[in-house]
Design a binder for this molecule. Structure first.
Ligand code: HEC
Length: 154
């Protein structure tokens, strides 16, 4: 896949949805609320690597108007098993290391992925792009709070 094309698509999709309600960027570092610990990160790594690939394929299929493929990928993301909120008394549960906001964003991703899958079947490509952008906003929203970005060159 052409990485520049995908980058461009991502920029376009984000700008399309730039007017949508913007999540506030949360200050990074240990002072951030509910900052994830190493256990939680380990739990997430595989799933996130898959999300990364899915999102690039999704953006590409939306761009190329491959609606059936877009629908398939979005459905896959929407239907993947989620990490469950810890139940009372399950303090040893690995998921207790995840804060409530994490589960809220996880649920939101599912809702937005479903919306992409639904609109993909309708032949309205502009709406499909907008819904895809909204889905990606959830990814960024969660990363903005919990992902530790790699060091950036100055
Ligand atoms: C509910 C929170 C949340 C949502 C939603 C979320 N992510 Fe993540 N993602 C994380 C966290 C936390 C990490 C960092 C994990 C770590 O520290 O290794 C991460 C890491 C990643 C990584 C890096 C994986 C690696 O190689 O280590 C990719 C790629 C990624 N996410 C893609 C996505 C995409 C694409 C979406 C949306 C479809 C998404 N994520 C949605 C929380 C989330």
């Amino acid at each position: 896949m052409n990485a520049r094309l995908v980058g461009l698509a991502a920029a376009v999709l984000l700008s399309i949805t730039a007017n949508a309600e913007e999540p506030k960027t949360v200050k990074k570092g240990l002072s951030a609320p509910g900052y994830l610990n190493a256990t939680a990160r380990g739990l997430l790594k595989r799933r996130m690597e898959r999300h990364g690939k899915d999102m690039l394929r999704l953006v590409n299929s939306v761009l190329m108007l491959e609606r059936a493929e877009a629908k398939r990928i979005a459905t896959e993301v929407a239907e993947e098993p989620r990490l469950t909120r810890p139940i009372a008394g399950g303090e040893d549960d690995l998921n207790t290391s995840l804060p409530e906001r994490f589960f809220v964003l996880q649920d939101d991703l599912r809702v937005k992925a479903k919306a992409v899958a639904e609109v993909a079947g309708k032949g309205d490509d502009v709406s499909l792009a907008a819904r895809t952008g909204e889905m990606m906003q959830v990814c960024v929203s969660c990363h903005s709070t919990y992902l530790e970005p790699a060091p950036q060159p100055k």
